[in-house]
Design a protein around this ligand. Sequence first.
Ligand code: ATP
Length: 721
Amino acid sequence: MEQTFQSAYQEEEQRLNATIAEIDKQLDRLRGIEVYTGHDFTEQVLEAGREEKRQSLAKSLTAPYFGRLDFQGDRDKTPKPLYIGKIGVDHEEVGDQPMVIDWRAPIASVFYSFTGGDDPAAYEAPEGTIEGLVYLKRNLVIRKQILERVSDTYDRNSDQPAVSDEFLVYRLGENKDNKLRDIVSTIQAEQDKIIRAAKNTALIIQGVAGSGKTTVALHRLAYLLYQYKEQVTAEKMIIFAPNHMFLDYISDVLPELGVGDIQQNTFADWALKLLDLGLPLADASETLDYWFESEGGMPEVNDEVPGRFKGSIGFMNMIRSCLESMEGASVPEADFMPWEGAVLKRSMILHWFNEEYKPYPLAKRKERVMARIHRWVEMELKKSPSAAALKERKKKASQREKSYAGKWPKYEPLVLYKQMFKALKLQAGWPEELLEGIPDGVLKSTQKDLKKDVIREEDLPALLYIHYLLNDISSEQRFDHIVIDEAQDFSPFQVAVLDLFVKGHSFTILGDLSQGIHAYKGVHDWEELSSLFAAKQTAYFALTRSYRSTMEIIEFANRILEKGVNSDLLAVPVFRSGNPVRMIPYGGQAQKRLEDLRQGMHKLSSGEYRTVAILTRNLKDANELYEQLLPDVPELHLIDGKKQAYEGGLSVLPVYLSKGLEFDAVIVADADPQHYGASAWDAKLMYVGCTRALHELWLMHEGPVPEYLQNMHEDIAATGW
Ligand SMILES: Nc1ncnc2c1ncn2[C@@H]1O[C@H](COP(=O)(O)OP(=O)(O)OP(=O)(O)O)[C@@H](O)[C@H]1O
């Protein structure tokens, strides 16, 4: 066995050296060509191509590939070794098989989908399905041109059993810094299916915590750009994520995959820019305070709370009906008279508005009608009897055109939205009965807000929809693809509006209902989103394996789901064992809590862990703890929702802000019933907190713990330090 390994290592080392030499040669040749800076367009295009090649070759030079697949397709006589890398590299001689195959190429899918066994494997090539046999699947770790590790996950000629998870476990055991990384060398078959799913589908992915949802979505974008080169561009793809710190946390993955220029934003910031309201959004901390910091736990959530109601399709329909009813009341009541004696009948204006320009959206129809009126005025002016009369009429007409335009409703989203909520002082003829369905609480709080020009995040879908109904958007303005991460916090109305802004329902929508801690605005069931699309436009995937945490942490978190949330969306761990989860009672008095938390953080961070976090139940506690710990732990960071970047190292943050992030070690502070009640929502918060830990999870508490943390099996949890 040792000998086989030695020879495999030597073989791979030789091959690596040969590959590096070839890449070097190609790079030298390209660098030897003088950079073109002239004005000839064809030459400029050629130069851009050379520059792109220089950059990609330079990138692949440090680690040209990560995997080898020996595959014999049904048309091959012998198995061919295929080397798979982040970037494909061709031989210089045209016609040869590539030296390194891009991980996104069709044949590379076999590397990911093949999980062992003697059965043939297959992949979809442009010319149809190709079947064949896999002889070898090998992982190679190359760092700075040095071959560090050779690990076979399948060898048809060996009598040893396949060890398919060994390499994955090795990768998962690594410690994390402050950024999410790519996973091209260990993409799992279930993830690969999502990455390579067809473009024009609204994919909805329910994935347990740590199942790689965010990571998979980013790889999918890279795949779509490769596979649909002719149809999509990076600039027209967008990722929506919950906040800017999270965006910073994921910001390295796409560049690592050689992809740039994809838009990454929060829904709120994107919407505000598009709407150009000239107003900032009300501070979200008010809403968060209300839901997360209220004494006595979370207030009751039902479909009448503002977030749920204003995120509903019912509200969307209400807005459409209001706008439709406004159509009839658009054209001012009187005829248009540019000067005494000249009359443009209202019936003619109505005809233009209702017939000729009907296909246009409202704001455009008004624009067109006003332009038509102007043209009519010009024709009439030509009939003026004298130069003096012409001058006089021109002046009058210009004033009256302006005042006539002022009599039309103002086609601006915020103006109309405000009018809609004013309801009782109907200006544009909103039918009152349409507004009857608005819950009283929503009506009153929104009226109060709008009076003071306060716009909240939950108002944005409605404003965007009104903007769309007024102006429409052209095909060029539409996105080629939209990714929604943490989609359980999105409302159906948000997704329905985004559907108007994307071509072909091309969505990747990912989330985890078990982490639905923003239930006051998000969906409670994926049906709420899948029902927005026709059955053939949507597909549902479930990711159940969790890659982030050790088996002990996953089993512990599963028990919380079972007992506290009553959910069956349990995670299946990868076989990676670590220490039991620790349940540590504080040593009694109040100052002992602080001392124990400080000591806990010190213990966890003095070893090999690079990122350690203390999660508190709310922001107030995080602020306090940060102030108290800072003198002893000057390198501590406070994550309070205002941060733009996640700095890694040691952090303290409220548990609801930890969603999406991960840390080598986590301490959940105050894991007691005073801080975490018995409700499913409290259990979800606890679940989110526990699933942030990769290797080590400690829960520190005063007195007894909530019921869903009790009676854990001793293999999973231990008590005390
Ligand atoms: N196939 C894989 N190979 C190696 N690491 C993986 C793989 N899939 C996921 N991971 C790792 O698992 C961790 C969790 O991934 P990610 O954050 O994308 O999951 P998630 O489902 O979005 O999590 P959550 O919902 O809990 O925020 C990351 O460290 C990621 O690198």
